[in-house]
Write a protein of this length. Structure first.
Length: 136
């Protein structure tokens, strides 16, 4: 019986020491996943602009914590991505809150988007003039 108590004590000690690291790892994974989703959304917008042969605008709204896809030359919202539940903060893109993709797939301006997780770690999303989206 005492062996079982010793084993349980050791397991409890190991769990107590590993718990904070495990929670930090989960936070990093969730933030990285959310940043990957945003990068995928931007890549999708670029592909849609080329497929539809029209200019598409992506609007970053920090207050409502959304990213909205709109047609640039006509009325209408095509999609709204909400990142408010993902535990991240998305700073306004360096070129302003609007990102425009042309039918050629090119971006109107190069921009960098800073994404922060709950613990303040930073990831950067870069959209080049060619429209390429890279996450670092």
């Amino acid at each position: 019986m005492s062996e079982v108590l010793v084993v349980l004590a050791v397991i409890g000690l190991v769990a107590g020491l590993a718990g904070p690291s495990f929670i930090g790892m989960i936070t990093r994974i969730e933030a990285r996943s959310a940043a990957s989703e945003i990068a995928s959304e931007l890549r999708l917008v670029r592909q849609l602009a080329m497929a539809r042969r029209e200019r598409l605008r992506v609007v970053f709204d920090g207050l409502s914590r959304t990213i909205t896809l709109q047609r640039a030359d006509a009325e209408g919202v095509l999609d709204v991505y909400r990142y408010s539940d993902n535990g991240i903060i998305v700073d306004e893109p360096s070129a302003g809150p609007n990102l425009l993709f042309h039918p050629t797939g090119r971006s109107a301006t190069a921009t960098t988007i800073v994404i922060r997780d709950k613990q303040g770690r930073v990831m950067k999303l870069t959209v080049s003039l060619t429209g390429r989206v890279a996450l670092s």
